[in-house]
Design a binder for this molecule. Structure first.
Ligand code: HEC
Length: 158
């Protein structure tokens, strides 16, 4: 090996290593255009954490009536710590989006993303982690709080 090729393979190895450590990953999930269009249907409290969970009126209607949630739907979990906005967890459904992942990872046509309070993506998160936990909810559109939706009558279910 001459000096030039060994330099190139070192550079390649470092690039691969950096990519592996950072888990840099974007998904198809977009931050919702206008959070005010979403309906806050339930609140989850745990210690200093308060989560406001919201989605579209059409998705609430679909879940209440046992229909599938429409393509394009966002579910947003707004996470507050000690009353301060900390981050947003977002799941979004899109036609054919499941095909981006192999079957062992797939969560129907839902993809996931973690956004910081300034709405930038947390590039240190590997959203496979989100999927592996939400896969347990495959019977309810991969949602943990779907069972609260029928009880929603205009004020968030606590
Ligand atoms: C270890 C399990 C676990 C992991 C990992 C996880 N979640 Fe969840 N998620 C939950 C639970 C449980 C809830 C219900 C609210 C609660 O109890 O805090 C939830 C609720 C949600 C909701 C509200 C809709 C619903 O399912 O009720 C969104 C959106 C969400 N998670 C996105 C994400 C994203 C994005 C990630 C990864 C960055 C993620 N979750 C990782 C367990 C998990």
């Amino acid at each position: 090996m001459n000096r030039r090729t060994s330099f190139l393979s070192l550079a390649t190895a470092l690039a691969l290593l950096a990519g592996w450590q950072v888990h840099a990953e974007t998904t198809r999930v977009t931050f919702p255009e206008d959070l005010a269009q979403l309906v806050h249907y339930t609140t989850v409290r745990r210690g200093n954490v308060t989560e406001h969970i919201m989605t579209t009126p059409a998705a609430l209607d679909a879940v209440k009536n046992g229909r599938t949630v429409p393509e394009g739907t966002h579910f947003v979990l707004v996470d507050y710590r000690d009353g301060q906005l900390y981050r947003y967890f977002v799941m979004q459904k899109g036609a054919g989006w499941g095909a981006d992942y192999d079957e062992r990872r797939r969560t129907g046509d839902w993809q996931f993303q973690w956004f910081w309070a300034d709405r930038t993506i947390n590039m240190n998160e590997n959203t496979a982690r989100c999927q592996s936990c939400h896969r347990s909810q495959s019977g309810s559109e991969y949602l943990f709080t779907a069972s609260r939706i029928p009880d929603f009558d205009g004020s968030p279910v606590d």
